[in-house]
Design a protein around this ligand. Structure first.
Ligand SMILES: [Fe+2]
Length: 337
């Protein structure tokens, strides 16, 4: 796929931080610190952050009513690549806003740019993360970040071809594979996109043949990668013991082979803690389609038929509220193979 401002930026882009808007700070603090096991820093009454590693900020929580992810930040390896991405956005006539010094400081980054993204999730890019001199204080032994970035986000969409088009234009994202799944008689197709060696940084699920979006929040789940299997097991136990809802029990995915569970965050979207996903070898990888999301496990916990029916009520409502897209960057969209 041709994009302006070649050469490709693939491999130089890494998911770096996530911004969450919530009014449930007490619950989020317990969830992030005591259940998931991350490092926590209070900034002031309206702001807090979680760390996974030596970077100052991996999650920025700011007060507000959205109860959702409102922005994703992408670490760009070098200034030339950063400028290439900026030029791609500007050449399509999409507004780019320079982050203020305050906004950059809150995110613990240098050279911050913000621009509109699919589903109303603001996309942000930066060059240099600020490293913290403070030692990590957290229950987890560690998290895998580095060249793979900090994990992934997953969205549901009625416009999956447009989202693929968007991330192709902006980041030269590649299709890793597909999963076809049937849940409660509804056929889903999930597209997994990568921007570096991580199997996917973005997953896009769509109901086949129906232009509906069954999830209230902009993201369905986000994922972070635990350093050890022990970290997955212990945090699973803590989520349970502290009384947070589990969405899916421990299981293993068909495509990236990651072993994981899904907890429900205080804001309602899900939080996946995973371990040991495959790393992509670009010289040999071929996209395939897997049947079903899991080899084993990932059993829904406590979900009743009433929840399912609620999802379809939301889906029906989504028909009346068209999904936010960025047509100038999505182009005609990329249809599935
Ligand atoms: Fe995931």
């Amino acid at each position: 796929m041709n994009t302006p401002h070649a050469p490709s930026v693939f491999g130089a882009v890494h998911l770096g931080y996530i911004v969450i808007e919530t009014d449930r700070f007490t619950d989020w603090r317990r969830f992030g610190t005591d259940a998931i096991g991350m490092h926590h820093d209070d900034l002031d009454t309206g702001l807090m952050r979680f760390r996974l590693d030596d970077q100052e900020c991996r999650f920025l929580l700011q007060r507000g009513p959205a109860e959702d992810v409102v922005a994703t930040g992408w670490h760009i390896d070098d200034h030339a690549t950063f400028e290439r991405i900026e030029a791609r956005i500007r050449v399509h006539g999409v507004p780019v806003t320079e982050g203020t010094p305050d906004e950059a400081a809150l995110r613990g980054v240098e050279r911050l740019l913000r621009f509109p993204g699919p589903k109303g999730i603001t996309q942000e890019i930066y060059t240099s993360p600020v490293k913290s001199a403070e030692p990590l204080r957290m229950l987890a032994s560690g998290f895998v970040t580095g060249d793979s970035g900090m994990g992934h986000i997953a969205v549901t969409s009625a416009r999956p071809a447009q989202i693929r088009g968007y991330f192709n234009t902006v980041f030269d994202a590649r299709l890793t594979d597909y999963i076809d799944e049937t849940i409660s008689g509804v056929k889903l197709k999930i597209r997994f996109l990568r921007v570096n060696e991580r199997h996917h940084s973005i997953a896009i699920a769509a109901v086949r043949g129906l232009p509906i979006d069954p999830v209230r929040t902009r993201i369905q789940h986000l994922n972070i990668q635990a350093a050890t299997l022990d970290d997955v097991a212990r945090s699973y136990q803590r989520v349970h013991e502290l009384g947070f809802d589990m969405a899916l029990s421990v299981g293993q995915h068909t495509n990236d082979k990651e072993l994981s569970y899904y907890a429900r965050t205080p804001s309602g979207f899900e939080w996946e803690v995973g371990w040991n996903p495959v790393v992509i070898d670009e010289t040999t990888w071929q996209p395939t389609t897997h049947r079903g999301i899991s080899i084993w496990g990932h059993t829904p916990v406590g979900q009743t038929i009433v929840d399912k029916l609620d999802q379809f009520r939301l889906g029906a409502r989504s028909l009346a509220h068209p999904e936010k897209t960025v047509p100038a960057l999505s182009g005609p969209g990329i249809p599935d193979d």
